[in-house]
Every structure is written in C-alpha cells, then in structure tokens.
Ligand binder design. Structure first.
Ligand code: MN
Length: 267
C-alpha cells in the first residue's frame, strides 16, 4: 500500500477503493476541513478524519513528546487529537485507523496559502510530510485569500478533485509530496493549473512591538513585510496570476550541488 520506487502506486489506480485520511492544521472545526472531507468523499467511500483539536497553524513539523496525547472520537471515522498535525498523522496511521493504513493523506484545505517560505512553517504541509515519511502518498491543499474575513473556497472545491485524480494516476516518487495552492478568485476566474517550484518572497516576517492593556511590552510575530515575488515559475507567481499552483516537494533537504565543493573544502 505504500509508495515504493518511482512508478504509479497500485492502491491509487482505483481511488474509489482507496482509504483516504483527511487532516489539517486549522483544527477540527475549521471550514476548510469540511470542504476537504467533501472533496475526499467525491473520490472514495472510505474517508477517515483525524485532525487537531485546536488550531495549529505555524506548528510546522513539530511532535508532542513531553505529555500524553488524547484522542476523542467525534463520530464514525471522525477523531480529534489534542496535538499537532504531525501527531494526528502519526497516531492515525499507527493506531486510529486500525489494521488498514491509508492509501492517501490529504491535508487542508488550509485557510491561506502555503507558498514559498510558508512551506517550512506550515502544519498543513508538515502533515503531508509525516505521511510521506510513513510511506503514504500525501497532498497538502491551501486556499489563498484576499480578505481573511470572507475567504472564497470555490477554487479549491472545484479544482481539487480533478487535480488529485490526475496526481494519483501519475508516477509517484517515494520521497515526494505535492502542495497545491488555490488562487484567491472565484473558480470560473481561475487561469489554469501549473506545475511550479517553491518560491521566495521579497520580504521577511515582521515582528510587531506593542504594549498590553497593563502597559507591559510585548512582541508579536506578524505578516510578511512584502508578500510579492517576481520569480517566474514559482507558486507565488502562479497564484498571484490566479492560476492553481501544484508544487512537487521532497523531504531530502541536502543541497546536492554543495556536496562536492564541501568535500574538497574539508579535505
Ligand atoms: Mn493553517
């Protein structure tokens, strides 16, 4: 059932029979999770949901090690865990789903894009990374928005099932996961689906200083100072032009071109 080698994955050839695990980082009650469950239900009849009890955005690939985790069953094949997205996937695959592991893990749909450097902070992407470590093919899904108080999930809802079907039918490297970012526009305004690289923003994350109601100083991690990127062929550029961005990610962080010069340097 796991991803071995570079070829198509047998278990994904017939998605209708695949066991799909749905998780996220926005928490068990997030609207994007409901949308993702609906997307997964269009693909298979065997959909399981294991998600964090409370929001874990920015949790990255963190594990809960210093306290026990509690699992609560919320309904048939529905569970919440008082931990991180990584905890959820680990517990789901190892224990909660029982004898049959998932054939595919879907994480999201995140409230907001996970592009460029977000990939390293994102709990949504980390859940997909954890699945990949466990040998389960995984896809992270994120919906970018213009105004956070009225996020339009239409692009994700309309485009995700078709894209997931196409990804499942293709070759799947053992160390590979996909991250899909949907643009902040109505589905009918989407300008295609592009395969793109992870980009990098022009700005950096701002730290905001202020004083609390008792006059004590605080620092609060804010947003990027500049969200824009002019790098063509990246997730940031594609989504800025209202295309769906599909990025193949892998877990080996080695900077391969540096290996040889480093070896020379260390001799
Ligand atoms: Mn999130």
């Amino acid at each position: 059932m796991s991803a071995v080698g570079n070829g198509p994955i047998a278990a994904l050839q017939d998605l209708k029979k695949a066991r799909i695990l749905v998780t996220n980082d926005d928490g068990y009650q997030a609207p994007g999770l409901e949308i993702l469950e609906e997307i997964a239900s269009q693909l298979s009849d065997d959909v399981w949901l294991v998600a964090p009890e409370v929001e874990q955005s920015g949790a990255g690939h963190s594990l809960t090690l210093r306290r026990p985790l509690r699992v609560r069953q919320r309904g048939p094949r529905h569970f919440s865990v008082d931990g991180t997205p990584t905890d959820c996937v680990l517990l789901a695959v190892s224990k909660i789903l029982g004898d049959r592991r998932p054939d595919l893990v879907l994480s999201g749909v995140n409230r907001g894009g996970n592009m460029g450097e977000d990939v390293t902070y994102s709990g949504t992407v980390a859940a997909a990374m954890e699945a990949t470590f466990l040998g389960v093919p995984a896809i992270a899904l994120s919906q970018e928005y213009d105004a956070s108080d009225r996020i339009d999930w239409g692009a994700a809802a309309d485009f995700a099932p078709g894209i997931i079907r196409r990804l499942a039918a293709g070759p799947w490297h053992r160390d590979l996961l996909y991250s899909i970012n949907f643009p902040p526009c109505p589905a009918e305004k989407v300008k295609g689906v592009r395969a793109v690289a992870q980009g990098r923003r022009s700005g950096h994350i701002a730290v905001i200083e202020g004083r609390d109601p008792k006059g004590r100083p605080y620092m609060w991690i804010g947003d990027y100072t500049d969200e824009s990127s002019d790098q063509p062929g990246t997730d940031l550029e594609a989504v800025a032009h209202h295309a769906v961005a599909v990025t193949p990610l892998h877990l080996d962080l080695t900077h391969a071109p540096s290996l040889e010069p480093l070896d020379t340097l260390l001799r």
